[in-house]
Ligand binder design. Sequence first.
Ligand SMILES: *Cc1c(COP(=O)(O)O)cnc(C)c1O
Length: 390
Amino acid sequence: MSLQAFRLDEKLAERRLQQRLRQSKTHDSAQGVWLVRDGRRFRNFSSNDYLGLAAHPQVQAALVDAAGRYGVGSGAAHLVCGHTREHQALEEELAAFTGREAALLFSTGYMANLGLIQALAGRGDAVFEDRLNHASLLDGGLTSAARFQRYRHNDLAHLRTLLETTDANARLLVTDAVFSMDGDQAPLPGLAALAREHQAALMVDDAHGFGVLGPQGQGAPAASGCSADDIPVYMATLGKALGTFGAFVAGSRTLIDYLTNFARPFIYTTAMPPALAAATRQSLRLVQAETWRREHLQQLIRRFRREALAQGWPLMPSETAIQPLLLGEESRALALSAALEKRGFWVTAIRPPTVPVGQSRLRITLTASHNHDDVDALLAALSELRESGL
Ligand SMILES: *Cc1c(COP(=O)(O)O)cnc(C)c1O
């Protein structure tokens, strides 16, 4: 009974009472439109596999082929003996694709963000973050030795006030490019101008933009006309639009050399399996070549928004694949999620503490795997539920 003092039961009971208790739900399907659970099929509108590459035959084949040559595990951290030719080639290709001198692989985006912020910003420095940034960015700020300040969501005037009153040596501005629970985008050119004005460096987490935004999927900087000088620290994940796993940071040679030596979540962890790096290289080729995936996704987004707005749903100001319905109370988000599940749709309810209290929502995501019929089926179900008063 040594855990009794930690009051785990009590804290869990409180979560349950608030309707905020979470549990994983097991399913048996590959990523794609259909999710199979307990023998039932659901149209999946909760995946971040925005381009439909997670189960692409060529990406799978690259993984299997490389596993045949390299085996499964990488065996060690990058700096010990875990760094293979596949990792090296992927880093070089990611650097070239994002227009940077160099790139560094991390095993997850969470670790990349912790590692970056902790390594860059130390005592006497300051980190400024949008208050709706992803938890991994906020945790990086909270656990760094620097002074940590949050500004109101996308509020450049508030950020300017904070920058004008800081006496910190080095200043790091940190933002999501596409906000993960809202789907709206950061004003990157405005943030870059503020950073320049106040001798700050801008770091962008492009987890939901990389692969999806920009003419070839280079991400939010390309889509918003920002250069590598504007955004000296660029980070993106590989588990969303790229459909594989892991993350990377891209920037100057000096930045990457520095992180290689100072970012503890890079140094002290096992390198991603080489076969995953090989699969990601194949996925990157598809991202660049298959422009139709981005165009099709954009069409679905426009169609969904037009129809859902006409039905009267509270959409958020998002032009991306993330199209939340802002419902308010936890109970309302859970009820709508359950009603959709009954009709064969998988749409997860998002509740506090992931989003602010009173802003529970249904986070609908569209992907290039969906066709127009899938979206129309979802819209028909939503319309029926709207009329029944949910
Ligand atoms: C998913 C996500 C991460 C974490 O990436 P993982 O590779 O899943 O750990 C970081 N930042 C943002 C904005 C994300 O959406």
